[in-house]
Design a protein around this ligand. Structure first.
Ligand code: KG4
Ligand code: ZN
Length: 366
């Protein structure tokens, strides 16, 4: 533990959020988020049914400097030398976007002789709960977003074990594709959840993916196909049909996420783990939260869901990961970090098949 606060600027540009934040890690382990600026590129990608990598990269180029400046100003950083480091997502993600964030951070670091800290985006998510909660290691992380669906054992800073991942689509991607198919608009998750409110979740019986497999992997493409076939067989769709379809789909997703998470809990419990942290945009879903809450309560586990602004992509989680790395491992070798190239794929652990990961909609991730 350091005797002085560690103040880090974090830049996140791996998908469709241009984000920057300044975080102060105090010697007692408490964290102060001094600023957290996020620009979400929804209008740039509207009408395309997903994120267009080239458009995303251009939008990051246009905004990265301004967003970074706003984050420094809001944090009251008048002189960048007050920073102990500049961290940036260096992968996995859409390569054009990752390049923009890294170049912005490297430029600030190099021109002011401040350490540059490359951060794995997944590590940012893995540690994001520490922005607002005191959670001790080890804990189990369910990361569910538009680009990732993974179960990770977070053992310590820099020490992660992947227990499961999606073998096809990510959970958020499945929500987005469902919304697209039913003409509900984007982002799909909130639209699907809203449409499902008046639906009968027992109307359609969707498959329970990978039920017979005794592992912690996920699959959503079968559900997506089942939903498409059910919609085609029912067409023309009334608003009640859409409500029933989305309610049945949402229930199937919640059950699948919960079943595989419970498997991971079985694996993790003997290692002394009894806390489940859920991160990623899909954690906003009420049914998924309540299903996970019941499961954790039943097994005597604690459930932690960070505030939504830190669940979805943000600069604060990248800044905190950078600060934690400095605290644990010291100042990184600047010559080495400045040499580091952006990575479209970057698994967090050495699990065989580490490159296998969901996220078709948003391009290659870990
Ligand atoms: O973490 P996030 O903001 O961005 C990345 O994908 O990195 O997650 C966005 C994903 C989208 O796929 C969106 O449809 C989904 O989270 N999402 C939801 C809900 N709110 C957002 N999915 C289900 N229910 C929601 N209420
Ligand atoms: Zn993310």
């Amino acid at each position: 533990m350091s005797d002085n606060p560690i103040i880090v600027l974090g830049i996140e540009t791996s998908c469709d959020e241009t984000a920057a934040a300044v975080v102060c890690l105090l010697p007692d382990g408490n964290v102060k988020v001094l600023s957290n600026v996020i620009y979400t590129q929804s209008s740039e990608h509207e009408g395309y049914g997903g994120v267009v990598p080239e458009l995303a990269a251009r939008a990051h180029v246009e905004r990265a400097d301004k967003i970074t400046g706003m984050a420094l100003e809001e944090a009251g950083i008048d002189d960048v030398h007050e920073l102990n480091g500049v961290a940036a997502t260096s992968g996995p993600g859409l390569i054009g976007g990752v390049m923009v964030g890294m170049m912005t951070a490297k430029a600030i670091a190099l021109s002011n002789d401040i350490p540059f800290i490359p951060v794995n985006h997944l590590e940012g998510h893995a540690l994001s709960t520490l922005l607002t909660e005191t959670v001790s290691f080890p804990y189990l992380l369910l990361l569910v977003s538009g680009g990732h669906t993974q179960l990770l054992l977070v053992k310590d800073i820099g020490c992660y074990q992947r227990l499961g991942t999606t073998i096809d689509d990510a959970a958020g991607e499945a929500f987005d594709k469902t919304a697209k198919l039913l003409g509900l608009g984007q982002p799909g998750g909130p639209r699907v959840e809203k449409t499902a409110i008046d639906g009968n979740d027992q109307k359609y019986s969707f498959p329970r993916p990978l039920l017979k497999r005794d592992d912690c992997d996920f699959s959503f493409s079968g559900l997506k196909t089942a939903l498409r076939l059910a919609a085609e067989n029912t067409a023309p769709l009334s608003s009640q049909d859409k409500a029933d379809l989305t309610a049945s789909f949402q229930l199937a997703v919640a059950r699948h996420l919960c079943a595989k998470t419970m498997k991971a809990m079985e694996v993790a419990e003997p290692e002394g783990v009894n806390t489940l942290v859920v991160a990623g945009g899909v954690a906003a879903n009420g049914l998924i939260r309540s299903t996970l809450r019941s499961a954790t309560e039943e097994l005597g586990w604690k459930l932690v869901v960070p505030p939504l602004e830190f669940c979805t992509d943000n600069g604060a989680m990248i800044a905190l990961a950078g600060a934690k790395k400095i605290e644990r491992f010291g100042i990184p070798n600047q010559a080495e970090t400045l040499q580091m190239a952006p990575r479209a794929r970057w698994p967090l652990d050495d699990t065989p098949n580490g490159a296998r990961h969901g996220g078709g909609k948003k391009g290659p991730k870990a």
